[in-house]
Ligand binder design. Structure first.
Ligand code: CP
Length: 305
């Protein structure tokens, strides 16, 4: 795979996706048969997480260690020289002398490209502000394909903060390459999906609808929810206005729905009663994160099984 720095889901073309899914399936076998291997035992992975994370951080740590790699990491800015005013570019330039690949979660939209440009080693965007989360889009599409057997000919509903959800942005970019799709964005009027994203999807032939209410959902096969992004609201009152209004309960799920996903963490957007339904796939989705991230680490470092 030619990919050396993954900053955007725009880089995840159909051939690249197929290759990553194939390797992720191999990595699932590795985990089941061996638990850990030595494919990357001579490599050091740098994890630079300046924004909170549980799944992405732990699944990258697990992926690196299952492949035999060492890890160096920064978690939060509090004990680092970012506190002294060091620039992201300078810091990443330095860190890339300490490791063979950098995975970074960064607080501002566009930070991932700045960091990737500064890195002398392969780089993976693990989420940059409200912009993108390309590795999550791989976990999501891998899961949909596994659960439904296809990514094409489906209607997808996305809620409830398509404006600020980087996971929704990246997933829509990847999905929009597939055939015969409908996207429905469900959100408060103030949290509509970015116009540029909708335009890109429509240019690729996706049928796009927008609605205010869960009750208006229009025959989705897949319901993809993400919490209101509390930390990105410029106005706290707006978050409080909607936080309990946008919650999926079992009674609200249309009969057409075959799969419910959420990148997690779940906060208010899915009622706990939904968890017992067979179509609630979000915990299976989270488990796939390790296989996808094992695939990415090995491929960006030019190693194969
Ligand atoms: N899905 C996801 O990115 O979760 P974390 O923020 O816990 O990493």
């Amino acid at each position: 795979m030619a990919l050396e720095k993954l900053t955007s889901a725009r880089q995840l073309t159909l051939p690249v996706l197929e290759e990553i899914f194939h390797v992720a399936e191999q990595m699932r076998q590795v985990c089941q048969k061996h638990g850990r291997i030595t494919l990357l035992s001579d490599k050091m992975i740098g994890l630079v997480f300046l924004e909170p994370s549980s799944r992405t951080l732990l699944s990258f740590q697990s992926a690196a260690q299952r492949l035999g790699a060492g890890i160096v990491f920064i978690q939060g800015v509090g004990s680092t020289s970012f506190e002294k005013g060091e620039s992201l570019s300078d810091a990443i330039r330095v860190f890339s002398g300490y490791c063979d690949l950098i995975v970074a979660r960064l607080p501002k939209s566009g930070d991932a490209q700045i960091a990737a440009d500064a890195s002398d080693v392969p780089f993976i965007n693990a989420g940059d502000g409200g912009n993108e989360h390309p590795t999550q889009s791989l976990v999501d599409t891998f899961t949909i394909r596994e659960e439904l057997g296809t990514l094409s000919h489906l209607n997808y509903a996305f809620g409830f903060d398509p404006l600020q959800s980087r996971s929704i942005h990246s997933l829509c970019m990847v999905l929009s390459q597939f055939e015969d799709l409908g996207f429905e964005f469900v959100s408060p009027p103030e949290l509509r999906a970015p116009k540029s994203l909708i335009q890109q999807c429509q240019e690729r032939g996706v049928r796009v609808r927008e609605s205010d209410r869960i009750a208006d959902l229009h025959s989705p096969d897949v319901i993809y929810l993400n919490r209101l992004q509390e930390e990105r609201f410029p106005d706290r009152a707006l978050f409080e206005k909607y936080r309990y209004e946008y919650r999926l309960t079992p009674e609200q799920i249309p009969t057409s729905a075959r799969l419910i996903l959420d990148p997690l963490p779940r906060v208010d957007e899915i009622a706990l009663e939904v968890d017992a339904l067979p179509i609630a796939g979000y915990f299976r989705q989270a488990r796939n994160g390790v296989y996808i991230r094992m695939a990415l680490l090995s491929m960006l470092l030019g190693r194969s099984l």
